[in-house]
Design a binder for this molecule. Sequence first.
Ligand code: SF4
Length: 329
Amino acid sequence: MKTLTYSKNIFLPVTDLCRNRCGYCSFRKEPKDAHLISRTEATRLLEQGALRGCSEALFTMGESPWAVSGFESILVDAGVADLLDYLVELCELALEFGLLPHTNAGLLGQENLRRLQPYNASMGLMLETTALLDAHAMSPGKRPDLRLQYMAMAGRLRIPFTTGILVGIGESMQDRMEALSKIAHLHRAFGHIQEVIIQPLDPKPGTALENAPRPEIMEIYRTVEAARAILPPEVAIQVPPNLVDPRPLIAAGANDLGGISAVTVDCINPDRPWPDEEELHKCLSDYSLRERLPVYPRFIAMGWHGHETRSLVDFLAGEDGLRAKKYIF
Ligand code: SF4
């Protein structure tokens, strides 16, 4: 029986201020409307996550918010002196609640990546594409060379890493295969890629791509199939079950469903609710559906997860490195 995995997470959007303007994004806010998550709100979500048996605190934010005018006043209003210190503080808070941090903070310098590493079970950055697309014309951080360099830096630091590609933002099938080949190349060099997300565009009103066609299931199927052929077998292929029916894609090679949450919405696609965990088990009863931690078993065995996460990982993981049914609360 084929094994499929998923994690139970909560989604914490640290800030929606972002220096990029991607043509499909409805997450980013202008400085006058942008926010920084408060300690009170983060604590509330973490507490709920712990009570619902989640094991992952997914911290995401807009990219390089410090490059946007108005950033300082958002920090001051929230009583925060330094965003990286605050991210570390939130990761420590997550660990206190028994949730393992996985941070995707966009492109960071090496010093900042090193600061976050000890507090994270794994980290991530979507490559999205290696093509130069109109959707990224106003997004300096989406330069493929910068993102590949960042992923290589994470590899040199031995950070278990999640990345992925977007489908339907103006790229061709050839572009997707090139992006997947670059990811495979990085993994062969550093061995750090734990999963690759194949994420279909979900067009949002008010964005430049609002009228772009939603990718057809066959298009996604062919992309998953190409990913399975291009990526080394130990790299999981993830499809998000709130955006696409995973069942046909499992036949094409998908073997992970990513994070699902009974507590928070998908902040990138808030109108796309997560499937209920029990429903997922029912509709995928032909498979062995297993809960995992935000770090994959082979990285636990190699001790690559951040050292501050080790005692919690030891507590939550079973002998096979997947989640043992232990709860803190
Ligand atoms: S998709 Fe991410 S990087 Fe692009 S504008 Fe939105 S928040 Fe910024």
